[in-house]
Write a protein of this length. Structure first.
Length: 465
């Protein structure tokens, strides 16, 4: 159905024919070879481990190049965050040459070569896509693990700027599809017939958006045009893969720009439940914007970002809404918060393919929030010992900054965390201003109890304890 519709809209008669044309032109395709002087890559930006790998492979008679995003980033003068290597050695042959090498077989077989904490992905050149490769009913390639020539490998990569090969030994760049020219024009251009390439792998539509936002490149008209029509194909991609791509997008250091671009390309609607939540919740918009700006800043400063914190932020206003509803129905605040967290996690875990660990982190961060309101007795000291305090506290500050709760609470905790014993005693003697609305049921406010009594006999307040 979708196939027919796409053909009709885009006038592609038989997309498989275009594949043949693509293959024919790739065969003729000789790469443009650029010398160090022409491409200007700074060798100091190249990972020593990637050089070790290409060198070892070449010493053993194989071809080996740094490839993909790393070459693109090097050409842009940016230090790549990771390095991939492409070779004509098979995964087994690669594995034999390195002490810590592991064959990973998901969609494509690749080898992970480890040097300490550093991981380099080594892939064998892929052959031209085969007609007989198993596909789903919409044309998405399910498995295709044939090896091939380097020019075939180049044609199977997604964008021209991601299809260049760098040989650290000779310091030459091989450019098969005009990637250098596109880098200079700041243009994202898909290799081959766009409709066909998106149909083979709809995730490429998310990738083009991520690269456009991250690199501040323009999407070429032909590459961009089919996206609006083909966007629904993303629904057929396994949710774990969409999740991986979403995570890359959110942690790219340009999450806000990426989400805006997704919206612009019509890729957000109904495709990813999370995006609908993020982009269309008026109440949470300020919170989410701040959370994403904060994440972008951390990534850009080279700091770590936890997916748990990120998703806890993205879904917080859903939790707040449900928390309120449970309180209105008469639940006590803490159990109400747990019920709300359960509801949100139950719905989103499947929809987003959230890993269990991320879900646990999210719940810990949410569950800690009411505990920040207890500013008497031993409770604040207990919280200081919590090894998740940092995440919970950062989350509290975000809530303050978004105007959801009084800034004074965040300031109190900043002082308490940083203060010496004398300062802490002083802080504990301050009578907090008005109590926040969250700490009591919305309808029937109960008299305030001591923190000890509040938690006794009730479901556990915080699993982090
Ligand atoms: P990043 O900076 O995010 O790592 P990248 O381009 O290196 O960007 P990766 O996901 O690491 O992205 O992929 C490495 C390379 O593999 C890409 O540059 C591209 O050549 C190829 N590639 C990755 N995903 C696809 C895909 N879905 N279709 C075709 N080629 C792909
Ligand atoms: Mg990469």
């Amino acid at each position: 159905m979708i196939k027919k519709f796409i053909r009709k809209i885009l006038g592609v008669k038989n997309p498989d024919d275009t594949l043949d044309q693509g293959k024919a032109s790739a065969k003729k395709n000789k790469p443009k070879v650029l010398s160090a002087k022409e491409h200007g890559i700074d060798p100091a930006l190249v990972s020593n481990n990637a050089i070790r790998i290409t060198q070892t492979l070449q010493d053993n008679g194989y071809k080996a190049f740094i490839v993909g995003g790393a070459v693109r980033d090097l050409l842009l003068g940016v230090k790549p965050k990771d390095f991939d290597v492409a070779t004509n050695a098979t995964p087994e042959q690669v594995k034999r040459l390195f002490r810590r090498a592991f064959i990973i077989g998901r969609r494509f077989q690749i080898v992970h070569v480890m040097f300490g904490q550093d991981l380099i992905e080594v892939t064998t050149f892929r052959g031209a896509a085969k007609h007989e490769a198993p596909k789903d009913e919409h044309g998405r390639v399910l498995r295709d693990n044939t090896f091939g020539e380097q020019h075939e490998d180049a044609v199977r990569r997604d964008f021209t700027i991601n299809a260049m090969y760098y040989d650290p030994a000779s310091q030459t760049v091989l450019d098969y599809h005009g990637g250098i020219a596109d880098i200079r024009k700041k243009t994202l251009r898909i290799i081959g017939v766009p409709e066909l390439r998106y149909r083979e792998d709809p995730v490429r539509m998310l990738r083009v958006v991520r690269f456009a936002a991250k690199l501040k490149f323009t999407i070429d008209d032909d590459t961009r045009a089919p996206i609006k029509v083909m966007a629904p194909l993303i629904n057929n991609v396994p949710s774990a893969r969409v999740f991986d791509e979403m995570l890359k997008l959110l942690m790219s250091g340009h999450a806000m720009a990426c989400l805006q671009q997704l919206r612009k390309e019509g890729l957000h609607h109904g495709l990813m439940p999370l995006l609908d939540v993020v982009l269309e919740q008026p109440l949470g918009e300020r919170f989410v914007t701040l959370a994403l700006a904060n994440t972008d800043e951390r990534v850009q400063q080279g700091k770590t970002v936890s997916p748990g914190f990120l998703f806890a932020s993205l879904l917080w206003h859903q939790v707040l809404e449900k928390w309120e509803a449970y309180k209105v129905s008469g639940e006590l605040p803490i159990p109400a918060l747990h019920l709300a967290a359960d509801d949100v996690l139950n719905t989103q875990t499947d929809a987003l393919a959230l890993q269990r660990k991320i879900g646990t982190d999210m719940r810990d961060i949410w569950a800690m929030q009411p505990r920040f309101e207890k500013r008497v007795g031993k409770a604040p000291y207990k919280l200081l010992e919590n090894n998740r305090l940092r995440a919970g506290y950062d989350f509290l500050l975000l809530r303050c900054a978004s105007g959801e709760i009084d800034a004074e609470l965040g300031e109190w905790w900043t002082d308490f965390i940083n203060g010496d014993e004398q300062e802490r005693v002083r802080l504990l003697s301050i009578k907090p201003k008005a109590k926040s609305a969250e700490s009591a049921p919305a309808k029937k406010r109960r008299p305030r109890r001591s923190p000890h009594r509040q938690s006794s006999g009730k479901p556990k307040a915080a699993p982090t304890e």
